[in-house]
Write a protein that binds this ligand. Structure first.
Ligand code: NAD
Ligand code: MG
Length: 386
């Protein structure tokens, strides 16, 4: 469990706890939230726990010692990689937020694990290299992002080799539109972090909540869909669907459109990924269509929400462009949450970094990490100059 204390981590542990006969937790990792990790260690009794800083790890070691819990505690990025490739782990949940998840997720892929991918930033940064590693090392990659999990469920079981081969003409990526759907660009200028984090349908970590509010989340998901399903950007259409009941769709050449529906609860895609190709109980309430009553659809407003277009352009530019987009966005979102940047400044900063950074080939990990680091420095410099 990479990112055990987060929103996806908590939901995953909830599903796992419903099936003690099927699953045991080998390792739990967190960034700095040592108290929540201690509580999870008590409940799930992993063999290993990982925190970023050695001081936090020492604190946890002491608490676990007092409680007589034989759990090995490690620290640092190498420890994340070590647990992700450990022989004891058959399944790795990749639920760290942001670029910090890239190396451990790639390590799990290279160790041929079943990888449950929630950490979309890792795939956005390293798309070609990541997918090549999946096939080279025989990893099983199951998308957990609800839209991609839905599309996965709407495609034929064996869907490698391009969409056209399977008669798929388009992927319809649904979007709730976020908390500011229908707002004008002027109204958006003054929104606060707490408004941006109050998502109408999903309860999620702060970073993805802000991404959902700017529509950058949908942009990252468009890139994610291209890599996962071997699609061109023009084969992925974003459909705003405010009820978040249809989680995405696949359109076929015979006119069929297949959709996956359900209540907006991440335990559904998580349970799907854990048990695939079987189905297990996930604790999710059955969908009541009479209560839903109606399903609405509208096109996204790309003028008020320029991040979606920025992501599409980055995918079309290829190479390190998506890694640069992601890095600039991570810096911008953190600055917005810290009160250093207005909401509408997020897209502006991402565009400025794009204009300043060259696009390089992204077939080596070093080139991707270098582009990520440079883009972060450029973004910070733009913030200081504002
Ligand atoms: P979160 O902020 O709630 O949790 C993030 C987890 O990662 C925490 O356990 C945190 O301790 C850990 N972490 C953060 N920074 C780290 C670092 N530098 N090093 C090591 N660990 C670190 O985030 P979340 O909402 O659970 O999202 C996790 C990932 O899943 C994101 O990539 C997000 O885009 C994706 N995702 C989330 C949802 C959702 O409903 N929350 C849905 C789809 C996709
Ligand atoms: Mg999603």
């Amino acid at each position: 469990m990479l990112g055990a204390t987060g929103s996806i981590g908590t939901s995953t542990l909830d599903v796992i706890a419903r099936h003690p006969e099927r699953y045991r937790v080998h390792a739990l990792t967190a960034h700095r939230s040592r108290e929540p990790l201690l509580a999870l260690c008590h409940r799930h009794r992993p063999a290993v726990a990982v925190l970023e800083r050695e001081a936090d790890a020492a604190w946890l070691r002491e608490r676990l010692g007092e409680a007589d819990l034989p759990i090995e505690v490690r620290s640092g990025p190498e420890a994340l990689v070590a647990v992700a490739e450990a022989a004891e782990a058959e399944v790795v949940m990749s639920a760290i937020v942001g670029a910090a998840g890239l190396l451990p997720t790639l390590a799990a892929v290279r160790a041929g694990k079943r990888v449950l991918l929630a950490n979309k930033e890792a795939l956005v940064m390293s798309g070609a290299l990541f997918m090549e590693a999946v096939s080279r090392h025989g990893a099983t990659l199951l998308p957990i992002d609800s839209e991609h999990n839905a599309i996965y469920q709407c495609l034929p079981v064996e869907h490698r080799g391009g969409l056209a081969r399977h008669g798929v003409t388009q992927l319809l990526l649904t979007a709730s539109g976020g908390p500011f759907r229908g707002w004008s660009a002027e109204a958006l200028a003054g929104v606060t972090p707490s408004q941006a984090c109050a998502h109408p349908n999903w309860s999620m970590g702060q970073k993805i909540s802000v991404d959902s509010a700017t529509l950058m989340n949908k942009g990252l998901e468009l890139i994610e869909a291209c890599w996962l399903f071997d699609a061109r950007p023009d084969q992925v259409e974003v459909v705003v669907h405010p009820q978040s009941v249809i989680h995405s769709m696949a359109a076929y050449s015979d006119g069929s459109v297949i959709a996956q529906l359900g209540n907006p609860d991440m335990r559904t895609p998580i349970a799907y990924g854990l048990a695939w190709p079987e189905r297990i109980e996930a604790g999710v309430q059955a969908l009541d269509l009479f209560q839903v009553a109606r399903l609405d659809f509208e096109p996204p407003d790309e003028v008020a929400f320029p991040c979606l277009g920025l992501a599409r352009e980055a995918m079309a530019a290829g190479g390190t462009a998506p890694a640069v987009l992601n890095a600039a966005n991570e810096v911008a979102v953190a600055a917005f949450l810290a009160g250093r940047l207005p909401f509408t400044g997020i897209a502006e900063l991402v565009a400025r970094v794009r204009d300043a950074e060259p696009v390089a080939p992204a077939d080596e990990l070093e080139a991707i990490l270098e582009a990520d680091a440079r883009a972060r420095r450029t973004a910070e410099a733009c913030l200081v100059r504002r």
